[in-house]
Design a protein around this ligand. Structure first.
Ligand code: GLU
Length: 424
């Protein structure tokens, strides 16, 4: 993975969309691919053993033509090191721009992170808080409710969001500023439905995809790759729509239960035993067997780079909804398209998270809070429209849904840019 440049991949997707949109101007293409600003910061932190350790943090602000920068903060240590993380954060910030545009929320794209793996390193709560608050301090001049609004991502939670909000507020004349960040706990100004948002959004996408190919969800077989927040909620909502989950996986292995199982039973089992493996009535299978098993709906909800061209050739599903970011390698896309499998690309399938982040920010700005149903319904409207617009473009240009989503998103950003022009 470390020898793939994620930012090159992200930029290539922009160029592909420009080809279809007829944007030839190199300057315009540079404008659309490169981040507006890339900040790299040094974070000196006093560790519990009394020694100072210096961490590196990033914030990439890709585009704000349609609204303030928006996107998560991850604490991670990718194989390729700090250099790779810089490219990864740039790529992810670009994808956030397109993700917000495809579902038409008035926000731009950003992403950030600190090169640290809190799980692997077993950092204490105090150490983690000092890293987070130092990072918030270093970001304080470039973030803000109208400027750049971070959110949780890999290995960050509502706790870190609260600490960032508190640090930012204290640095800004102690002004209560919940709108500087989303993904906060409910008691800190968070939104109802934010915790289920990614899974619920993916389920709405599957529902729309099923309609488009006249597949009945009642009795449809679902395979979940991964069994974290996004996959489990996607599975539970699809169950409510009548589908039957038959496969799941986690870092310890993959399982299939031919007759299906109830997602909440597997959640319970994993809670007690630490893994989905060994679930009564299940058969342990390889990752490849899980992904290529005969089913109607495949939800890659865990890791990047899972479906390569070899796996693509063996897929036996009708719909893929990418709840994770980047689970499919570019080499697999043409094969999947040829097999007439409909792919709901990550920027659409997992946009439920940022949709509800947007609604959290709106609630923070007005100081008035909606019910779960109100929030979920508003998100449903954005996602359904995003799906239909993307699907229409894929038919019009005879391209796969990933390209269509990019064409839609890039077109929307270009439109906003053209309204403003360049100043100064
Ligand atoms: N980190 C999430 C994503 O990649 C959420 C971003 C947000 O809510 O701003 O979509």
């Amino acid at each position: 993975m470390a020898n793939v440049d994620p930012f090159e991949n992200a930029s290539q997707q922009v160029h592909d969309a420009c080809d279809i949109l007829g944007i030839k101007d190199k300057g315009m293409r540079d404008y659309l691919t490169m981040p507006n600003r890339l900040l790299r910061v040094k974070l000196p932190v006093k560790m519990d053993n009394g020694k100072i350790r210096v961490f590196t943090g990033f914030r990439s602000q890709h585009n704000n033509d349609r609204g303030p920068y928006k996107g998560g903060i991850r604490y991670f240590d990718p194989e390729g090191g700090v250099k790779y993380m810089e490219r990864e954060v740039m790529a992810l910030s670009s994808w956030m721009t397109w993700k917000c545009a495809v579902v038409d929320v008035p926000l731009g794209g950003g992403k950030g992170g600190v090169f640290v793996n809190p799980k692997k390193e077993k950092l204490s709560e105090g150490e983690l808080e000092r890293i987070t608050r130092r990072f918030a301090y270093m970001l304080s001049e470039v973030i803000g409710p109208g400027k750049d609004i971070p959110a949780p991502d890999v290995y960050t939670t509502g706790k870190e969001m609260t600490q960032i909000m508190d640090t930012f507020s204290k640095l800004n004349e102690n002004k209560y500023s919940p709108g500087v960040i989303t993904g906060k706990p409910i008691s800190m100004g968070g939104s109802l439905a934010r915790n289920v948002a990614t899974g619920l959004g993916a389920a709405y996408c599957v529902r729309e995809a099923a309609k488009s190919i006249k597949l009945k969800l009642k009795g449809a077989k679902v395979v979940l790759q991964g069994f974290g927040n996004a996959s489990t909620f996607a599975g539970e909502y699809l169950e409510k729509m009548g589908a039957k989950v038959i496969g799941a996986s986690d870092s310890k292995g993959s399982i299939i239960v031919q007759n299906g199982f109830k997602v909440n039973k597997l959640i319970e089992y994993k809670k007690n035993r630490g893994s989905v493996v060994g679930f009564p009535g299940s058969k342990k299978v390889s990752t490849e067997q899980l992904l290529t098993t005969k089913c109607d709906i495949l939800i890659p909800g865990a890791l990047e780079n899972q479906i390569d061209k070899k796996i693509a050739a063996k897929l036996q599903c009708k719909i893929i909804a990418e709840a994770a970011n980047g689970p499919t390698l570019p080499e697999a896309d043409p094969i999947i398209y040829q097999k007439k499998i409909i792919v709901v690309p990550d920027i659409l399938a997992n946009s439920g998270g940022v949709c509800i982040s947007y609604l959290e920010w709106v609630q923070n700005n007005m100081g008035y809070y909606w019910s779960f149903e109100e929030v979920a319904n508003k998100m449903e409207a954005n996602i359904t429209r995003g799906f239909r617009d993307t699907h229409a473009l894929s038919k019009k240009h005879k391209i796969d849904m990933r390209r269509a989503a990019m064409v839609l998103a890039v077109g929307r950003v270009v439109e906003a840019f053209n309204q403003k022009g360049i100043w100064p």
